[in-house]
Design a protein around this ligand. Sequence first.
Ligand code: 5GP
Length: 175
Amino acid sequence: NTRISRVKGAITAIQDFPKPGVLFRDIFPLFKDPAVLSDAVSLMVEHIKDKIGSVDVIVGLEARGFLFGPMMSVQLGCSFVPIRKKGKLPGKCVQASYLLEYGTDIMEAQAEAIKPGQKVVIVDDLIATGGTMSAAVELISKMEGRVVECLVLIELLDLKGVAKLKHPFFSVLQF
Ligand code: 5GP
């Protein structure tokens, strides 16, 4: 698929970021070229249309899930809801905690943002260990949303993050 190779070709690898020993996949070069960005978004949107059909909510994960989620929700004609780190969203929130390398962190969504039974697709730029995505699944399940797909642009295969997920998963491209 030429669109996948164009998108993959635009992603760069940065050695030792954010710390020594880590090879960071940088998605921002994608955003320099509107044609390649459009490829990335349409590959994700087409996947949802083909596999799921209609959805109620796209949930985007802070921060790079916010770059793709709203563009997708506009094309799919559904809501966009952000999940953020604790303390950033106003009003009553629902929380889920997740494991970091050292200690834990908490993520939140606004309490009324997802209604029981709504079909939810969770979107992020990348899955590594799967900790972020599985915490998001837990949070949406607390709100009684139905997670119909966990979708990322990039999957880091070595880290086997998908093994943490019990819900349907798809990645557009893999390293
Ligand atoms: P996980 O929780 O699966 O270990 O890490 C995934 C989260 O960390 C995602 O929200 C993603 O944005 C960020 N992340 C981890 N490694 C990378 C990377 O190499 N590139 C990018 N763009 N994001 C990363």
